[in-house]
Design a protein. Structure first.
Length: 226
């Protein structure tokens, strides 16, 4: 993995910790993408600035592409992620096809190469990592760390009385600890018990519905689409 440079005029450098691994980001978009990926429950590990994949350009010359992230799923599938703004999708689409055409050939630190180093590579843009998706993911990840089982059970019982759309804020009325109740409600959304009407940022005015059945990972898109 490559650690981001210490200084650069147009970066938003930082890191997060995912399952005891430091995940670096070099821009606001990378931070949003990283957080959205971390929300997934089927992700085993995330590595930043890895791997380095080789491809040939239009003139047939070998080039290198450092992937922004490498995602390892619980079942062993490995997907490289390129992060770019949507306006660059056409150019990036061509580059990713060239990488795939070479069989996902990884360049190692010692100069050797490893074929089929990943199972696939995907482009993620601000379309997948909107500010709303990022803020929701960040809040739900925090809620997982602060889970209070007793408050979760109280919130679960409270939502069962609703049989139509209702606002998030309605579930805060009369509760002893609003902060704990918010955490519990975010966990109910995380576990698909509550379903927001839209993917926008969740606030007190967000319309919710109670899902009477909760298939696993329902809110998670198909793995290869990330």
């Amino acid at each position: 993995m490559r650690k981001p440079p210490a200084t650069h005029g147009k970066t938003l450098r930082g890191f997060s910790i995912f399952k005891e691994t430091v995940v670096y980001h070099e821009s606001d978009l990378e931070r949003r993408v990283s957080t959205v990926i971390q929300l997934r429950k089927d992700v085993k590990a995330i590595y930043s600035q890895f791997p380095v994949l080789l491809y040939r350009d239009a003139e047939g010359l070998w080039c290198e592409h450092i992937c922004d992230f490498c995602v390892v799923f619980d079942d062993g599938e490995v997907v490289a992620v390129a992060v770019k703004h949507d306006r660059k999708s056409a150019v990036m689409g061509d580059l990713l096809k060239r990488i795939e055409a070479e069989g996902f050939l990884r360049k190692n630190k010692n100069g050797s190469t490893t074929p089929e180093a990943v199972h696939g590579i995907r482009l993620m843009t601000e379309r997948e990592a909107t500010y709303g998706a990022y803020e929701n993911a960040e809040r739900i990840l925090r809620a997982r760390r602060l889970r209070d089982e007793a408050e979760y059970e109280r919130a679960y019982e409270a939502v069962q009385k609703f049989h139509g759309p209702f606002r998030f804020g309605e579930l805060l009325r009369g509760c002893e600890n609003r902060a704990s109740r918010r955490t519990a409600l975010l966990l109910l959304i995380d576990e698909c018990v509550l379903v927001p009407e839209t993917p926008a940022r969740i606030d007190d005015l967000t319309m919710l519905m109670v899902r009477r059945w909760s298939p696993p990972l329902l809110l998670t898109p198909a793995r290869r689409s990330l």
